[in-house]
Design a binder for this molecule. Structure first.
Ligand code: NAP
Length: 288
């Protein structure tokens, strides 16, 4: 397929490489052009130019603002993508923006699918992402070869694109809660004289999840740099899950606590560290 790939950040670069390896023809665009020049594919001067002639435009961008900037306006994807082609948005964005994207692309007779992913940059590079798309069934079927190229498994979430964003945000809420829990438990155990790695061995066995094992190790090792997922982006996701909770009139009290913890971490200058550095807040409060 002819693919416009927009956003060669930590996640996008691995995904784009795997699409290329699967034989798809890529045109890439990145706001900071040097990343696009270094990638090794045709480089576009604007999102509109990248999308012109593409079967599918994939975006993997930081946040709502970034997706709005590259999609709307005279130089945006919607202005260039041919009728009948599809915008696949893999960024973790709000359910509200997802609904707006579906409406705007619909107005241009273009398709829209939300396909957020689970997995960190190393999983993106290794084609190990979990892909959670939602949208019209025919479009998801058409895009399945692309999901196969970037991930190890696809779970179709529903027929409304924003449902995939709701699921992704709830998934990140689960991870953020786990990070906070690790931070609290490690702080208490350090004061009790128990080695964090010992606790981690027990918990990894008990919970049997690579997410527990990997994040638990990062926190036990206190290795928060380089950030696989920046804390400022984690705060963005917890804010967004609270917005979704409000839309659905479904309170999420733990998410509110985690949001405040991430906010404290931002105030302590941790925005660019990995979001697992939320654990430092518990350590500080324990006088460690
Ligand atoms: P990242 O490394 O910070 O990359 C962000 C990308 O967005 C870069 O290409 C950046 O361009 C671009 N960008 C930011 N603001 C922009 C704007 N206003 N206009 C145009 N482009 C803009 O982020 P990431 O870790 O790859 O994450 C990307 C998305 O995936 C986020 O929504 C994140 O929540 C989600 N996600 C991340 C992970 C993870 O573990 N990292 C896992 C799953 C999902 P520049 O190069 O010019 O800065």
């Amino acid at each position: 397929m002819k693919i416009a790939f927009i956003g060669l950040g930590n996640m996008g670069i691995g995904m784009a490489h795997n699409l290329q390896r699967a034989g798809h023809e890529l045109t890439v665009y990145n706001r900071s052009r040097e990343k696009a020049d270094a990638f090794g594919a045709r480089v576009a001067d604007s999102p509109k130019q990248a999308a012109s002639g593409a079967d599918v435009a994939i975006t993997m961008l930081a946040d709502d603002r970034a997706v709005e900037d590259v999609t709307f306006g005279d130089h945006g994807i919607a202005a260039g993508l041919p009728r009948g082609s599809v915008h696949v948005s893999s960024s973790t964005i709000s359910t509200a923006l997802s609904r707006r994207l579906a409406a705007v692309h619909g107005g241009h007779q273009q398709g829209y699918v939300s396909a957020p992913v689970f997995g960190r940059p190393d999983a993106a590079e290794a084609k190990r992402l979990l892909v959670v798309p939602a949208g019209p069934a025919d479009l998801i079927e058409r895009c399945q070869p692309l999901f196969d190229a970037i991930g190890r498994q696809t779970f179709v979430i529903g027929s409304e694109p924003w449902q995939a964003n709701a699921l992704k945000l709830c998934g990140n809420f689960m991870i953020a809660s786990m990070l906070e829990s690790f931070g609290e438990a490690f702080a208490t155990l350090k004061k009790a004289g128990v080695e964090p790695h010992t606790f981690l061995d027990v918990m990894s066995t008990l919970f049997g999840s690579p997410v527990y094992a990997n994040y638990g190790k990062i926190i036990a090792d206190e290795k928060f740099e380089p950030a696989g997922f920046a804390l400022k982006l984690g705060l963005k996701d917890v804010r967004l899950v609270l917005q979704t909770a409000e839309e659905c009139a479904s309170p999420m009290p733990i998410a509110s606590v985690v949001r405040d913890r991430l906010l404290s971490a931002m105030a302590h200058g941790q925005g660019e560290l990995d979001w697992s550095s939320i654990a430092r807040m518990s350590a500080k409060q324990a006088g460690l």
